[in-house]
Design a protein around this ligand. Structure first.
Ligand SMILES: Nc1ncnc2c1ncn2[C@@H]1O[C@H](COP(=O)(O)OP(=O)(O)OP(=O)(O)O)[C@@H](O)[C@H]1O
Length: 275
């Protein structure tokens, strides 16, 4: 079998990626992501944790296509996306953001949101007539996975949903077409702890069932340990720790926080502890 066949090629390859920013009042550039290498296998769930400002969101935004690396290469499911605008990555990369407001259009119904997501990179989108029986079936099936009754509300305005319901809709939309890679940028951090747990557990269940490779940024260390196959730690623009399933098996939140402190001399913010 060829090493580049769909079954074996990595879901994500980040090769030597560098991103620098100009800083106000300073002549030298600030390095936010410092020659990062990261490979994610098909179906693998990777949790990424790290201190504030360590470069997690910048790395995610380069993978999603809203920023371009200054150097390096990014491939998703074998496709070179480094210079591809984000709208062209639909189907390859799906992103669920922290703020529920940023993931769904409040003025559209749930079904219309699905129609819009499905239209993806096609430039012509006409809302009138876009909600076809196929879209409705797709939306109902995707939403039923969350067991929140959302499949019976597809004609409701998304703006009338709670934050947790919106994030459930967002994950359902992001995964229903089986993207090459799912990016979760603190997608449950704006929810209350109970809702956060439910949405996180369902998210894991869905991505495992669909075998969608996932890179999840979180400040909740227990989520990072519990809901991943692998845990990576970013610090000052670099990946400083990379724990596979075996190393992660006996890991507890206090041990993880201690290991981070030993490695970096700094404390890791744990939203579950801070909450
Ligand atoms: N557009 C920009 N211009 C200048 N500096 C930036 C820009 N975007 C990010 N940075 C800086 O790059 C660093 C990394 O930011 P980034 O948002 O990636 O960190 P993070 O790990 O996601 O942090 P947090 O956990 O707090 O969300 C920070 O010091 C930030 O101030």
């Amino acid at each position: 079998m060829s090493s580049t066949s769909p079954e074996t090629r990595p879901a994500l390859e980040v090769v030597n990626v560098l991103k620098q920013f100009k800083q106000a009042g300073r002549s030298e550039l600030f390095t936010a992501v410092n020659r990062v290498n990261l490979t994610i296998a098909p179906g693998q769930i990777v949790a990424m944790v790290g201190s504030n400002g360590s470069g997690k969101s910048t790395l995610l935004s380069m993978i999603a296509g809203s920023q371009r690396p200054d150097q390096g290469e990014i491939r998703v499911a074998g496709v070179a996306v480094t210079d591809m605008p984000s709208w062209q990555r639909t189907g390859l990369v799906a992103l669920v953001r922290q703020n529920p407001e940023h993931n769904v259009f409040s003025a559209l119904t749930i079904a219309e949101n699905f129609a819009l997501a499905d239209a993806g990179k096609s430039k012509r989108f006409n809302l009138k007539g876009a909600v076809t029986p196929r879209i409705k079936d797709m939306a109902r099936a995707a939403l039923a996975q969350f067991s929140m009754g959302l499949e019976d509300r597809i004609d409701n305005l998304a703006g009338n949903l709670s934050g947790g319901q919106r994030q459930a809709v967002s994950v359902a939309m992001a995964t229903c077409r089986d993207p090459g890679l799912l990016l979760l940028d603190e997608h449950v951090s704006a929810l209350d702890p109970t809702r956060a747990r439910v949405v996180m557990e369902k998210t894991e269940e869905i991505v495992r069932a669909r075998r969608v490779a996932t890179l999840m940024v979180t400040h909740d260390m227990s989520h990072a340990i519990k809901h991943s196959d692998r845990l990576i730690l970013m610090h000052r623009g670099q990946i400083t720790m990379d724990l596979g399933a075996e190393e992660k098996a006996g890991l507890t939140v206090p041990t993880l926080l201690r290991r981070f402190e030993e490695l970096t001399g700094e404390s890791l913010p744990d939203s579950a502890v801070l909450a």
